[in-house]
Design a protein around this ligand. Sequence first.
Ligand code: HAS
Ligand code: CU
Length: 557
Amino acid sequence: MAVSSISSVVEDVYAIHPEKRLTLFFLVTGLVALLVGALLGPLQALNYAGVDLYKNFPFLKSYYQGLTIHGVLNALVFTTFFISGLLLYLPARELNLRPNMAWSWSAYFIMTAGLLMAALAVLANTSNVLYTFYPPLSGHWAFYLGLALVVVASLMVGYEVLRLRNRWKREHPDEVTPIVTYMSLVTWLMWGLASIGIVIEVVVFLLPWSLGLIDGVDPLLARTLFWYTGHPIVYFWLLPAYVSWYGLVPKQAGGKLVSDSLTRLAFLMFLLFSIPVGFHHQFTDPGIPAAWKMIHSLLTMFVGIPSMLTAFTVAASLETGGRARGGKGLLGWIGVLPWGKASFTAQVLAMISFIFGGAGGFVNASFNLDQLVNNTAWIPGHFHLTVGTAVTLTFMGLTFWLVPHLTRKPLYSNRLALYASWIWFVGMMVFATGMHWQGLLGFPRRAYISSLEGVYTEGALAKVLTGVSGVILLVAVVLYFTVLFGTLFAKARLSESEAPAIPFVDAVRIRSEGVLKFMDNLLVWVVLAALLVLVAYLPTLIDQFLNQVPIQGAKLW
Ligand code: HAS
Ligand code: CU
């Protein structure tokens, strides 16, 4: 009797919105990947403090196997699953349309199959090629195929969002796309264009190569195709966080989104400028003309602009919240923001970390300054502030309302969630300080330095910071997942009215409908973006295709 009454409640929760269950599956699978990957993080941090925990570590054969698992699960798998759940669910609910469930579940299963293939390949010690899998390092075909399936499945989700919006548009021909759907769809369109590079790299080169169908791969061409996708992928991670910063967090703060059109403009700029900048990852690669590197360096400065617009718009929107809550004076609105709410605080801490992550990005983007930091510990310092904090802490903050919303189970503990968020933030700031500093001292990235004696002995304080941060972050991981699983496995159910609603923001429209309609014509913007990509990439790609020097694979483990 008890069992049947519980299961009938379960049916109730998902009956009206079956997409809730699908979203939960996407989120939780991604978060489990994050858990596994994040647990290996402290080993890496301690490595940079000169402490070697890899020797005799159960399950791990080498530092590089650990680093590959960490990077693939955290940067590629966690993000893609989480984003697929989030950026399908929000538009579906905003438009009040049900996604095609068979299609969307297929995407989930294909993505999961891909994850399992890639994970098994790495666990079996066959593919310690890191998350960038540069040839001539060669992995098992299952690794490449698995990752390709993850990408394909994500594109299926994106396609479903496009279909949802087109359905909506047919019913509302004279209206502009609602703001959260607009941001989500632009993110998917950008990703659709951006994924072409990695798809070609894997399907045309790496898969046939790993299956023995072709003898070699040209490392430079492979890297160029990789970074064609590898830069915009960072915006595929960031923009869903922005969807929340613009579209949800101001409402959580009790405020409004101060400008609808500025928000859309920022997303259009990301669509235009996210892709034609990939050479900023290849400033030190030979075989790419310096002039093109300079052009990509300049375009990278352009793609910084929408983030600066975001800093302005989001801060101003939070200010409207603070003022509505009675905040006075120049900064008085900040103290009265809802800092006691873990979901809000996690996301604002994520924003603050991004101020520093973004500043470092401009150093990297400068053709000349990058010569100093390229391939040093500075770079992981940079991306743990961006993807590791701005994005990940935002996603954590989202789960604090989203998981209760989806499951109608109460958040396990707002207080623990607050601790987890602050400790994650502090841990990452300390890690980034240590790693940026070590980078300036010349510590290489991706190096098993704890196994070396007599080298990299300088920078004692920087090393301590990096090492200590690993321990701090471990505490944050334990706390966060206690909250997550405590919520997921709770027996209690909230009533429909008690469960948190989606905090869709009210956006202030200061422009005429005409401007918004112009921006709503997304096909035009996609074509423009594609043209810009062709200009920025085609000459170099043609040259590299015609002058390939394929070399055989290497297994260094
Ligand atoms: Fe980056 C390398 C340049 C952003 C991730 N980046 C990486 C790598 C990763 C990564 C993973 O140009 C390493 C790849 C590898 O393995 O080799 N990056 C940039 C630039 C930006 C940037 C110019 N990166 C990101 C984001 C990432 C990410 C976002 C992940 C999500 N990056 C580079 C370059 C390299 C690079 C070179 C290659 C270097 C090399 O040598 O290999 C810009 O997009 C940054 C713009 C950001 C801002 C900050 C805006 C601030 C905001 C917060 C506002 C705060 C508020 C709070 C509102 C302009 C929006 C208010 C507070 C209250 C209390 C009210
Ligand atoms: Cu980049």
